[in-house]
Each structure stands twice: as structure tokens, then as C-alpha cells.
Design a binder for this molecule. Structure first.
Ligand code: TLP
Length: 344
């Protein structure tokens, strides 16, 4: 099977498995797992933040950040198609008692002026803005890179109002490799960020939350309260450390493959393809089969793709390139699309 549903499907490489098997471990709830400690130190170093915390998933990283930054009854400003708002099961309401205040961005990106307008005036009878969240790269916008200058303007506006800003940086390494801008620069000024080890970086499990020492100390408490205190987690952290050492630069191959895939599919008359900036290709099916039907047909031919958006009539597919999809599989996928859609 050629699995293009997500970069979350990557399996640990032999080298990564060896690193996991050989990891030195201890009880991380006591702070005694040397490999987890090393991963957290390395993550802090790469992102230029004071401290970091290994968490089981991106969702937990984001939600712990929201819980630490906000108070119940506040609002969180974020984009309408962001992962935190759209795909995290209203967890901010469930666990933090806050409500989203959504801005409809232009392909996932909103402006500092829109943020300024969405910030609530300091009136005692209004919900107060507790946090602003951005997402880089923006998943639903097809792996779009947040323009750094706009991010910096938003940081300035939010901070001028005393409001912290969290970055869902699940794929921040894709943004860094694609732009050549170091991660520490892309996340500069953010009060916290989460990045995923288990997406394009290829680790089996885990994300890292980064921020100030004080923020991470509190995040550690919230992670434990949510059931995210892990014990001999060094086995997983070893995979993360391996990924940070061996799998960052190679993301460029995924980006190149995404471009080739997008160019190939764009030649099929019934498809409209958004040119990818990183490793996510969004394809709209202009006529013929629905996304679900085409995905089913491709599955029978050995290619897995994900219908994007809800509903049986949805007409968008998402294809994500990653470490387990070599160039020949990309070319084969284009051929199979042609075979299914010729004459449509
Ligand atoms: N994204 C997954 C699905 O949930 C859609 C995927 O296949 O892309 N932030 C962003 C931007 C994400 O894309 C994801 C996962 C998360 C957070 C959550 O990470 P996990 O799945 O580890 O909780």
C-alpha cells in the first residue's frame, strides 16, 4: 500500500528502532528518565525556549498549553480551519472552560488587524481574551507556511494587550526546511509552542511543548492531571531524539515529492490542485466521483488518500508525502489517478 493519508502513518526505521531498544530509561514522573530529559533539553535548545515537556500527542500539547495560559470563562482567538478549533473535539471547552473566538483566515492566515479587532475590550461584563493561537504549517490550508512578518505583527498586538500567543507547530520543521529559516527564528516571541515528533519526523509517538521554565513547570502539573504522566518513556523519547538528529533535513525530499505529485495531478483535467508549500497536497475533484468514491477506488488499486472535509459529497482529497513514500510511489500514484480519471 502507498499510504498518503497523513505523515502520521510513518513507521520507525531500523536505526530508530535500535535507538529505542538501547535507550536508557527511568521513571519520568520522578524526572528520572535520562533520555526524556535529554529530549526535553534538545527541544528547548532547538526552539530557543527555556524549557520543554515531552507529551504523548500534539493534541495534549496544545490543550495543556491552553489550560496553562487561560482561566475558565476566557476566550481563545484562533483560525476557523485550525486543528485546535476543528479537530480537537472542543477540548478547550471541556478541559479549560474557555471558548474559541474564531477568525476566518485567507487560506488559514489572518492579520494582526483582525486579531486587534477580535480582542475583547477590558470590560468586566465581557469574556476576556486569554490566548491567541497560530498554526505553522497550517494543515487544512495545505501545509501553508505562516508568513513570518504577519506572525510577528500578531505577536506585537497580542503582547501589547498582555495576551500570550501559542503556536501549534505540529509541522514547524517542515516550515523551517522549506524556508531555510531556523525553527528558533520561526517561533521567536511565541509564549509557547508544540511540535510533533510523530508526523514528518517519523517517530512512532510523541510531541514536545516548549516555553518558559515557569510555563513548563505548570504544564508538567497539567499533563499529569490529564493522565499524561509517562514512566519509562525514554524508549519513546529515544525515537524523538533520533528523529531530531536524522530526519529534519530529509523533509526537503517530502516537499519535492509533494511538488511532483501536485504537478502530475494538476495535468488531469477534472482536478484542481493547490500548489504545495511543504508536504501536503490538496486536490479538488471538479467533476466525476466524490472524494469518498475516488478514495475507495484508489484504495482497491493500492493507494490510500484522505477525503478532506466532512460529508459524503465532499470533493476534496488530502495527500501527504512522508518518509515512507519514495519517489517511485509518487509517480505510481499519479499514474493510478490518471487510470481512474481518464476521460472524466
Ligand atoms: N493532525 C492529523 C489529524 O488529526 C488531522 C493529521 O493527520 O494531519 N496540530 C496539527 C496542525 C495537526 O495536524 C495535528 C494532527 C495535531 C495538532 C494533533 O496531533 P496528534 O494527532 O498527535 O494529537
Amino acid at each position: 500500500m502507498i499510504d498518503l493519508r497523513s505523515d502520521t502513518v510513518t513507521k520507525p526505521t531500523p536505526g530508530m528502532r535500535r535507538a529505542m531498544a538501547e535507550a536508557e530509561v527511568g521513571d519520568d514522573v520522578y524526572g528520572e528518565d535520562p533520555t526524556v530529559n535529554r529530549l526535553e533539553e534538545r527541544a528547548a535548545e532547538i526552539t530557543g525556549k527555556e524549557a520543554a515537556l515531552f507529551v504523548p500527542s500534539g493534541t495534549m500539547g496544545n490543550q495543556v498549553a491552553i489550560a496553562v495560559h487561560t482561566k475558565p470563562g476566557q476566550e481563545v482567538i484562533l483560525e476557523a480551519t485550525s486543528h485546535i478549533y476543528n479537530v480537537e473535539m472542543a477540548t478547550m471547552a471541556r478541559f479549560s472552560g474557555v471558548q474559541p473566538r474564531v477568525i476566518f483566515g485567507e487560506r488559514g492566515v489572518f492579520t494582526a488587524e483582525e486579531v486587534r479587532r477580535a480582542i475583547r475590550p477590558k470590560l468586566y461584563y465581557l469574556a476576556q481574551t486569554g490566548l491567541v493561537c497560530l498554526e505553522n504549517t497550517h494543515n487544512a490550508a495545505g501545509g501553508r507556511i505562516w508568513p513570518l512578518s504577519i506572525a510577528r505583527e500578531i505577536l506585537e498586538v497580542a503582547h501589547a494587550h498582555g495576551i500570550p500567543v501559542h503556536l501549534d507547530g505540529a509541522r514547524i520543521f517542515n516550515a523551517s526546511v522549506a524556508t531555510g529559516i531556523p525553527v528558533s527564528e520561526l517561533v521567536w516571541g511565541f509564549d509557547s509552542l508544540m511540535f510533533c515528533l510523530s508526523k514528518g519526523l517519523g517517530a512512532p509517538v510523541g510531541s514536545v511543548l516548549c516555553g518558559s521554565r515557569e510555563f513548563i513547570a505548570e504544564a508538567r502539573r497539567v499533563r499529569k492531571a490529564l493522565g499524561g504522566g509517562m514512566r519509562q518513556a525514554g524508549i519513546l523519547a529515544a525515537a524523538g531524539l533520533y528523529a531530531l538528529e536524522h530526519h529534519i533535513e530529509r523533509l526537503a525530499e517530502d516537499h519535492e515529492n509533494a511538488k511532483i505529485l501536485a504537478q502530475g495531478l494538476a495535468e488531469i483535467p477534472c482536478l484542481s490542485v493547490t500548489p504545495p508549500e511543504t508536504n501536503i497536497v490538496l486536490v479538488e475533484i471538479l467533476r466525476g466521483p466524490t472524494a469518498l468514491e475516488l478514495a475507495e477506488r484508489l484504495k482497491k488499486r493500492g493507494v490510500l488518500v484522505a477525503p478532506a472535509g466532512a460529508g459524503t459529497e465532499a470533493r476534496k482529497l488530502r495527500l501527504v508525502t512522508h518518509l515512507d513514500v519514495p519517489r517511485e510511489d509518487i509517480l505510481r500514484t499519479i499514474d493510478l489517478f490518471w487510470e481512474e480519471l481518464r476521460g472524466v
